[in-house]
Design a protein around this ligand. Structure first.
Ligand SMILES: Cc1ncc(COP(=O)(O)O)c(C=O)c1O
Ligand SMILES: Nc1c(O)cccc1C(=O)C[C@H](N)C(=O)O
Length: 398
């Protein structure tokens, strides 16, 4: 603790005053807690409770069955998909919202193997992946007769071959916060003639993704982290326009039928991204998400990314100045091009340390065995939060 506390606190105040996104915080329900866990569950946007009240009391309570049409319930998955699209660099008509990320990983992976065609019987999966993706990849491989190979993202180019059907990668590592090189890895996958599937859970809403620009084939992501959709809010599936005709969903429910109300016994897939739908959408969660996405009106992902990097840079600086040497080890890359919107610090007895931090009003989370995670959601986290978090961390470790 070589510097006086106030110097960084004064800088934080100046940075907050100059922050063009500072007004966005008012769009959320927040208290005095320093909330650095938006990479697990985003905070509540203030517009949501009123909207849900209307959906329940008027749309459901009064309009009842008419709401499927009159309140736009039936088309909500594609409408909300189009609202998410610009946040991940996609043109309209390529994203449907629904189901969990886990279920969409399944649809995307089996769909990818079916798309890859004859003679390709190997599936590569990010060896450092969030567990659910790995479990589902293992099952998808078994079901499609593929061999599953876990590979670290950086080693993917060397592992690709003419038998590779598809590759499942995470854009940002959930544990370390490392940002993987989506453009280069997607290009390498395509060079090998395989299908690229990305999990955007930890990047969508935190940084530009550029799905269309980089030619990603299929992508999935959750909406309860940086998109603030609420606990268990529905996930989404992106199917690039020019592969949509070849997307053969392993879960062809009636909602993805070309003529759902024709009640035909033969399945015929709907055109476009709609074929990613399955069954009746979870309307209450879905419309909570739709309301939550209004906080993005007039906000650019580029501005969010710039603030995210400034927040994480400042956090690293505060930690370095406040925490005695050797107290923590940073697992997140320092290079901007390799950093998502979280900082992961390894330390002794991390579970107990995070418990004490939470008791003192600094909420991050603990990931076994020894990682403290701090997520920075630029729409509602400010520089004073960052300074406070690092200061309380230092006091907690002392
Ligand atoms: C990268 C990643 N994929 C998938 C999931 C989980 O998906 P689901 O919403 O199906 O639980 C998470 C977090 O829960 C995640 O971090
Ligand atoms: N989805 C979660 C849940 O239902 C309960 C607790 C945490 C979560 C998470 O989202 C965890 C998160 N994906 C992670 O990166 O660890």
């Amino acid at each position: 603790m070589s510097e006086p506390v106030s110097e960084l606190a004064v800088r934080a105040e100046k940075l907050d005053a100059a922050d063009e996104l500072r007004g966005s915080r008012d769009a959320f329900v927040l208290d005095d807690v320093t909330y650095l866990d938006g990479n697990s569950l985003g905070a509540l946007p203030a517009v949501v409770p009123g909207r849900i009240e209307d959906v329940v009391r008027r749309q459901w309570g009064e309009l009842r069955i008419r709401s499927w049409e009159e309140s736009g319930w039936w088309t909500a998955p594609e409408r909300i998909g189009d609202r998410i699209a610009p946040l991940v660099g996609a043109a309209p008509g390529q994203i449907v919202v629904g189901d969990s990320t886990s279920v969409n990983v399944f649809k995307a992976l089996v769909g990818a193997v079916r798309m890859a065609g004859e003679g390709r019987d190997e599936l590569l999966v990010d060896a450092t992946t969030f567990p659910t993706d790995g479990y589902i990849a293992e099952s998808a491989a078994r079901m499609t007769g593929c061999t599953l190979r876990p590979v670290a993202p950086a080693d993917v180019p060397g592992a690709l071959g003419d038998r590779t059907a598809a590759v499942l990668l995470n854009h940002v590592d959930y544990r370390t916060g490392r940002l993987h090189d989506l453009p280069a890895l997607t290009a390498a996958v395509h060079e090998a003639g395989a299908v690229a599937v990305w999990d955007l859970c930890h990047s969508a809403g935190a940084l530009p993704v550029g799905l269309d620009e980089h030619g990603v084939d299929l992508a999935v992501g959750c909406t309860y982290k940086y998109l603030n959709g609420g606990p268990g809010s529905p996930a989404y599936l992106y199917v690039r326009r020019d592969v949509q005709d070849r997307f053969d969903s392993p879960l062809p429910g009636w909602n993805s039928h070309a003529e759902p109300f024709g009640m035909r016994s033969e399945y015929e897939a709907a055109p476009g991204a709609l074929r990613g739908r399955v069954g009746t959408p979870d309307i209450l969660s879905m419309l909570a998400l739709e309301a939550a996405l209004e906080v993005w009106d007039g906000v650019s992902v580029e501005a969010v990314r710039a603030k995210s990097l400034a927040l994480t840079d400042f956090f690293l600086e505060c930690v370095e100045r406040y925490v005695p040497e050797g107290g923590v080890e940073c697992l997140t890359p320092v290079a901007h091009g390799e950093r998502g919107s979280q900082i992961a610090l390894r330390c002794h007895d991390a579970g107990a340390v995070m418990k004490r931090l939470i008791e003192r009003g600094v909420v991050g989370d603990f990931r076994a065995p020894d990682v403290l995670r701090f997520g920075f959601t630029p729409l509602y986290v400010g520089f004073a939060d960052v300074e406070r978090a690092a200061r309380v961390l230092a006091e907690t470790l002392a």
